[in-house]
Structures are given as C-alpha cells and as structure tokens.
Design a binder for this molecule. Sequence first.
Ligand code: ATP
Ligand code: MG
Length: 389
Amino acid sequence: MSGAPILPGATLGVLGGGQLGRMFAHAAQAMGYATAVLDADPESPAGLVSQQHIRTAYDDPQGLATLAAACAAVTTEFENVPAAALQTLARSMPVSPAAAAVAVAQDRAAEKAHFVRCGVPVAPHTVIDSEAALATVDAAALLPGILKTARLGYDGKGQVRVATPGELAAAWQQLGRVPCVLEKMLPLAHECSVIVARGADGSLVHLPVQRNLHRDGILAVTEVFEGNVPPALAGQALAAAKSIAQGLDYVGVLCVEFFVLEGGGLVVNEMAPRPHNSGHWSQNGADVSQFELQVRCMAGLPLTQPRQHSASIMLNLLGDLWLRGPDGAAATPPWYQVLRLPGCHLHLYGKASPKPGRKMGHLNVTAASPEGARATALQAAALLGIAPF
Ligand code: ATP
Ligand code: MG
C-alpha cells in the first residue's frame, strides 16, 4: 500500500453491495468521497446509494477492470469475495483488507489455526474432510458438538448440532460432505465481540467490547456500556483481537467474536474481515463509527481512537417484524411510535421484500446511562414485537 493518503474528492470502491457496503458508502460520502460498488444485484442496498454501481459478478474481469479504473482504493464488505479478485485489484491500487487476510477468514479451519498461532484460546475442534477423519473423531472430547462448513456459512447457516457419532455422520452427509469443522458445544454465559481498525502503518484503534445476544443463530441485540462485560474479560478480548490483527499484518476494520463461558473463560469464535453487525451502535454511540474507520484505513488517513459518548443498544430489525399482519401479510412496523422514544436512531437498508430472518435494518438506542438505554430499548422492542432481553 502506498504511503500517500487518498483525500476526499477521490472515489473509493467496495466489493459487495449489501447493507455493510451501503453504510460504508454513506460514511465515505459524508466525508466527501464518491463511491463505486461492484455487485451483480441491480437492487443491492449499496448500489442504490453509490455514484457508480458495476453490476457484474465478483470474478468478472471486465467488472473488476471498470472498478479499478474508477477507484483510488478498494475495500470489501463481504468475506466471500474470491481472493483472486482482491489480488487482481491489488496490482493497480491499495486493497484493504488484503487477499491473504480475507482468505484466512473465509475458511474456518485456517482461521482457527491462525487463532492458535496467536496463542488465543479456541473451542476444542477438529477438521472433518474425509471418511477417515470422520471415523477417528474423539467423541468423548467433541460431542455434543456443532458441525460447521469450513466455508460460506453465515447467520448460523451451514451448521448442524450433533450429539452422537451417528448424527455426526448424517450431518456431514447433509452438508454435502464438504470440508467442515466439528466444534465442541460449549456452555456459553454470553457472547461478545471487539472491533479493531489497523492502518498500513501499524497504528491500531478499537471500539469498546460489545456484548451480543444471538437468537436462532442470528445476532439480535448488542449492548455497549460500562460493566456489560467484566473488565478483566474485556481486557483479554481486546488483547486477543489486537494480536489476531497484528498476526495477519491486517489493514482495515476487523471484528473478532468471542464466547464467554459459564465459569468465566474466554474463547475466540471467529472473525469478520470487515465492519460487523455488532459494531452498528457506533454510528450513533461513538464519535467515530466503524464505517468511518473503514474509510480512514483504506484511504491512509490517521486513525484516532474512537470515544464512546453514549450508553448504546442495537436491536436488529429482521424481516419477521414486517410479517405481522393478518395471515402473515406484510405490514409496516410502528416507526412513528418508536421514533417518539428518546435516543432512537432508525437505520433501514432499502431492501424491498421482508423475509423471516432477513436483516432489513437496525435500531440504535443511545442514552446517558445504561439503565436509560435499556429502558428505552425494551420499550422499542415491545412496540416492534421483539422479545425482551
Ligand atoms: P455469523 O453470521 O455471526 O458469522 P456463523 O453462521 O458464522 O454466524 P457462528 O458464529 O459460528 O456462525 O455460530 C453462530 C452462533 O451459534 C454463535 O454466535 C453461538 O451462539 C452459537 N455457537 C456456535 N458455536 C458454538 C459452540 N461451539 N458452542 C456453543 N454455541 C455455539
Ligand atoms: Mg458468528
């Protein structure tokens, strides 16, 4: 990556047109950059708000050439872009994160190996990529467990819970006998995540530790305020996230997700080489959002330590909230009533059709105190039909 900063007025590119790309574009545009998005979907959330939308597949040579011609630097919002696409772009401009780092995050087995190299604790696990590997699983050590495809999983997709060797064999069959990681099922007290941003010069800043509640394998609620995680655990999580980023010589925004075990231990679950759903609160609860950090990293701008100024809670708005009319018909959630509550900030992604489990938007709740944020977030949740937490 060259040393010269890319200043506002330039065009910044993003591979992937989902909601993360859309919020990246908003942050970049607020700072005076133009944005270009590569995504085949003509209705993609980021494509709808960008100056330029290149509608091709990620591996289309013409599409990549058009993106390269338009942009001064490129980032990604989606970890499953082919590493070769990032490599091609990196020949002509700064690309962050780099293909090699994204490739590690694309593969659970490589990712776990990287965590182990960094000296960070992980769940007991093994790779299942053959009949022989399946036959030699240490059932006493790893069952009950979760079989996860090594590639292309998200929001709990590509995962099967298994209790016996017979169930494990059936699950591997069900997942198409693709390479998988079998992980021991751990007793979770809760989950948390840390977002770090690292510049090409090695400077590193972070957001505070985020406490996450998942429902049905999908993030439902993130809470960020003093005391949400014991300070010693927060310190361990931050140290682990830093060493994971440094070990990859990472440039960009990286989210590391952790399990906090009953009994207090911390293990790393996985990482995302991009802004993350659990960092969305920073749009309204911190003076620098995760998306501004992404812009600063890719443009070679200074990374200043973000300051959280409000206790914050983020509620994910899934398509289910729209499908509450008679007989499951689509109905608009009660935005007016929600927006009457103090400190409620609505973010919608411009997706036309709500579906169960589909991320349509999120609500950030900010307040002067954790109690205030919780009280308002619970009122908003009740209005929207989100179960209390
Ligand atoms: P994401 O969209 O967050 O990337 P994912 O599909 O990659 O999700 P994971 O993060 O691996 O899936 O798992 C989803 C959720 O399932 C976790 O947040 C956790 O609640 C639960 N889970 C996963 N692995 C384990 C485990 N080993 N023990 C207990 N619970 C687990
Ligand atoms: Mg996850």
